[in-house]
Design a protein around this ligand. Sequence first.
Ligand code: ADP
Length: 191
Amino acid sequence: MKKIVLLGAPGCGKGTQSKFLVDRLNFFQLSTGDLLRDQTSNKNSKYGQQINLIMKKGDLVPDDLVINLIIEKIILLKNENIIFDGFPRNIKQAEVLDDSLENISMSLDFAILIDVDFKILEQRIENRIKETENHERRDDDNIETLLKRIEVYKTNTFPIIEYYKKKGILRNVDGMDTIDNVSQEILKIIN
Ligand code: ADP
């Protein structure tokens, strides 16, 4: 069973490509963003409100919280093809992911980076916000938060690229290409 990390800045198309892999290759999409949003909408969650505030600002939710949520799922989904979307987001999380997989005698097959030009990305994000009705937007879908998320990505998540390169499992796809071409490139890597 394959275990793959999708890496890329906010707005690079990670969500779209994860969905493609789910539909096309029966992958299970494990998105920490979705797991955290489940917590914020669950009134019984001890940390829901705290998580909500952090996400609204575009900061990273504390490692302990995210790691607990994800480890539980990794064990449950041991025998599935998994696409990790939005996790890991820093080196600590990358190390924990490796350890957790090792504990169940598994390892990552690839870390696929959807590479984009940051200037064009900011433009894309501005357009996306202008085109989306207010009521359809996520709480963290505004210019200020998105620019903050890009900054958080550059500081925390970017170093992971080097981490996976050293392990020999990093693969790059050109995220400025069309959605279909990016999907095809990802398929070639996985198959
Ligand atoms: P996108 O896919 O648009 O980049 P996500 O849904 O993955 O956004 O993440 C939204 C927010 O959830 C992040 O800005 C962050 O606050 C929080 N978050 C998601 N994944 C993690 C993670 N692995 N570690 C810490 N915070 C996270």
